[in-house]
Design a protein around this ligand. Structure first.
Ligand SMILES: [Zn+2]
Length: 86
């Protein structure tokens, strides 16, 4: 643990307020991905710069998409297991 990787926020402004056309729902995991870590943890508001209103929606949608993702992961995993067995 030599260096703590630091985020360099170029601008601290809510992306969803800035771009009204940016979809904020679980059907767009590619956007939600920017707000979660590799391990699926939600990144703190003060880091992403998302406003309280949108962060609340974001959290809800991430949780929804997480459930979907879990289903996908399970599916992928079981097919991998199957392949290995064959
Ligand atoms: Zn906002």
């Amino acid at each position: 643990m030599a260096y703590k990787r630091r985020f360099t926020p170029r601008r601290k402004f809510c992306r969803f307020c800035e771009n009204k056309e940016l979809p904020l729902d679980y059907k767009h995991p590619e956007i939600l991905k920017d707000f979660i870590t590799d391990r699926g943890k939600i990144i703190a508001r003060r880091i992403t710069g998302t406003c309280a209103k949108h962060q609340r929606v974001l959290t809800r949608e991430i949780k929804k998409s997480r459930q979907m993702a879990l289903l996908y992961y399970t599916a992928t995993h079981s097919s991998e297991v199957k392949k290995r067995t064959i």
